[in-house]
Design a protein around this ligand. Structure first.
Ligand code: URA
Length: 213
């Protein structure tokens, strides 16, 4: 695990392999979807590292022993559209989670997020929160999502931003605005281009996930 003060890059051979297939422009949509979900599950292991657990007892076939259960169950908040693909992997591991949806699209001129949907679970103030967005580019969408969640009571230190690919610019923006929020990523890329796409990146994650032009 390569950890810097600002972003945790989960450096694992499976993630490297699958991320390379996701980057490949010739990878078809069907495979892209499967890979996105698989990497979502792999990243979730690190993203959920700090979730609180309660001690319980459990009866095995042989004895009574000590065990643990997640307490409280976290909320998973994908940023639509592309966050849905990565969140599917998180939900494989955390099927009990409540799911919040934050819909926003990027205005291509201003590269600012335009919100169109907000549907959040209750009790944001008392549980861990995993915000899921594959591409941390300028950081504007993630910042908008985090701002909204904190205004509804979510705790900064209990919130993690899980992304597939991060740009240094996006990491810097989230670090600046929300230094308590952990960022977990599969890769930290080189830079943004003039259209605020991540280079080398993987293109438009939503378009590749859903097969739209
Ligand atoms: N959103 C994407 O889907 N890709 C990028 O490179 C940047 C933002």
């Amino acid at each position: 695990m390569a950890e810097t003060p600002s972003v945790i890059v989960v450096d694992h051979p499976l993630i490297r392999h699958k991320l390379t297939r996701l980057r490949d422009r010739t990878t078809p949509t069907a495979e892209f979807r499967v890979l996105m979900k698989q990497v979502g599950a792999l990243l979730a292991v690190e993203a959920t590292r700090h979730l609180p657990v309660s001690e319980i007892t459990v009866e095995t076939p042989l004895a009574t022993t000590k065990g643990w259960c997640l307490d409280p169950i976290p909320a998973v908040i994908p940023i639509l559209r592309a966050g849905l693909g990565l969140a599917d992997g998180v939900l494989e591991l955390l099927p009990e989670s409540d799911i919040g949806h934050l819909g926003m699209y990027r205005d291509e001129k201003t590269v600012r997020p335009v919100p169109y949907l907000e549907r959040l679970p209750l009790n944001l103030d008392s549980r861990g929160i995993v915000v899921v967005d594959p591409m941390l580019a300028t950081g504007h969408s993630a910042a908008h999502a985090l701002d909204l969640l904190f205004s509804k009571g979510a705790r900064r230190e209990a919130t993690v931003l899980m992304v597939l690919v991060a740009a240094p610019e996006g990491v810097a923006e989230i670090n600046r605005l929300f230094p308590e929020v952990r960022i977990v990523a599969a890769a930290l890329d080189e830079r943004l281009n003039e259209k605020s796409y991540i280079v080398p990146g993987l293109g438009d994650a939503g378009d590749r996930l859903y097969g739209t032009p």
